[in-house]
Design a binder for this molecule. Structure first.
Ligand SMILES: [Zn+2]
Length: 93
C-alpha cells in the first residue's frame, strides 16, 4: 500500500477541492481579505495591527451598524407599527 506524503496529500485534496485539515502545521493560512470588515477581523484574530485598508473598512462597518441601531431604536414608527399599537389599545378613536 502506497503511503502519501503530506505534500502529495495536499495536492490531492486541492485537486478534489478540499482544504487540508487545520491541524497540519498551519503552514498555509488564508490570505487576509484586506479592505473588508472580514479582513479586519482576520487581523484581530492574528493579533496583528490592522492595515489602513482594513481599518477604514471596519470603521465604515461600525458606522453603518451604529446608524442602523439608532434608526431601529429611536427612529419614527412605521405605518405598520402605528397600526399595531392602535390595534393593541383596541382603537383609540
Ligand atoms: Zn488588512
Amino acid at each position: 500500500m502506497a503511503e502519501l506524503t503530506d505534500a502529495q496529500l495536499d495536492e490531492l485534496m486541492e485537486a478534489i477541492g478540499l482544504t487540508p485539515p487545520k491541524n497540519r502545521g498551519g503552514s498555509k493560512r488564508k490570505p487576509i481579505a484586506h479592505g473588508t470588515y472580514r479582513g479586519a477581523r482576520q487581523h484581530y484574530y492574528r493579533r496583528e495591527p490592522l492595515c489602513e485598508e482594513c481599518r477604514d473598512a471596519e470603521r465604515a462597518y461600525q458606522a453603518e451598524r451604529k446608524t442602523k441601531q439608532r434608526h431601529g431604536r429611536t427612529g419614527y414608527l412605521t405605518e405598520e407599527e402605528w397600526q399595531a399599537r392602535r390595534d393593541a389599545k383596541g382603537g383609540a378613536q
